[in-house]
Design a protein around this ligand. Structure first.
Ligand SMILES: [Zn+2]
Length: 257
């Protein structure tokens, strides 16, 4: 993928930005462009657990769940991510995802952009031990971080590259502990017929836990989900503003109920 293709693939955003989630089948209306620092400031105030409606909005099975289920899973998945971050930090004596990745014999590469055009991602984990961090997106975000107002909200704790790496590292940890980890053992029954049944994992749980894991390792006070707006802003302030409105709307829905 060339840089130009990557840029045009970001409009409209059709994927969960960190993970392999569902595409949305509608064309986004035009949105008013908002100042980045103002959007981030507002998003940083949304309590971490209250991101559940947004977190599940990219989940292919979302229509099958109740809000109560989503809220319960949100909490359990965040706890799962945090616990594994604490466990792995204790085991290897560091919070630095670069050192952790080295200790876990991961191979990390830093290409400019993804080589396939079918998915737009800022970082990617590939079984068994590869992580790619796409630097075009990271460099753009680092430039935005030079704005003191933006930095004030996102704080000096934020290292974009390491945050993306932490998230992907969770997917490796998840693979390693797949027999016991909550995000892989928790399943929903899609159908059953006599002795036959088909159970599925819920992708959103992995993504939520990966955010919880990254938040804990990086020591961030806000939900890493707001990075969707931040990372997209470097490519399209308008798309980022649209995402922001969607996030607030999904949060507001919960507040009213
Ligand atoms: Zn992910």
């Amino acid at each position: 993928m060339t840089r130009e293709e990557f840029r045009s693939a970001l409009k409209p955003i059709t994927d969960g930005l960190f993970g392999k989630q569902n595409t949305r089948g509608y064309k986004r209306p035009k949105f008013m462009v908002r100042p980045l620092d103002e959007m981030l400031k507002e998003l940083a105030e949304i309590p971490v657990e209250e991101w559940y409606a947004y977190a599940f909005s990219r989940e292919p099975l979302n229509g099958k769940f109740t809000d109560e289920q989503r809220q319960g899973w949100m909490k359990e998945s965040l706890d799962c991510g945090r616990e594994y971050a604490q466990r792995i930090r204790k085991e290897y004596g560091t919070s630095d995802p670069i050192e952790l990745a080295a200790s876990l014999s991961m191979s990390i590469s830093y290409p400019e952009v993804p080589d396939k055009t079918d998915r737009v991602l800022f970082a990617e984990y590939r079984i068994p031990n590869k992580i790619c961090i796409y630097m075009d997106a990271v460099n753009k975000a680092n430039k935005l971080l030079l704005d003191p107002q933006v930095l004030e909200v996102l704080t000096v704790e934020l290292d974009i590259c390491r945050l993306l790496l932490s998230h992907e590292l969770f997917h490796f940890v998840e693979e390693k502990y797949k027999q016991e980890i909550f995000t892989q053992t928790e399943k929903v029954r899609l159908w059953s017929l006599g002795f036959l049944h088909n159970d599925s994992i819920v992708i959103a749980l992995s993504e939520i836990a990966a955010m919880g894991f990254a938040k804990e390792l990086m020591g961030l006070s806000y939900s890493p989900y707001l990075m969707d707006v931040f990372l997209v802003y470097g490519y399209s302030p308008q798309e980022a503003s649209g995402l922001y409105e969607e996030m607030l709307e999904l949060w507001g829905k919960h507040n009213k109920s």
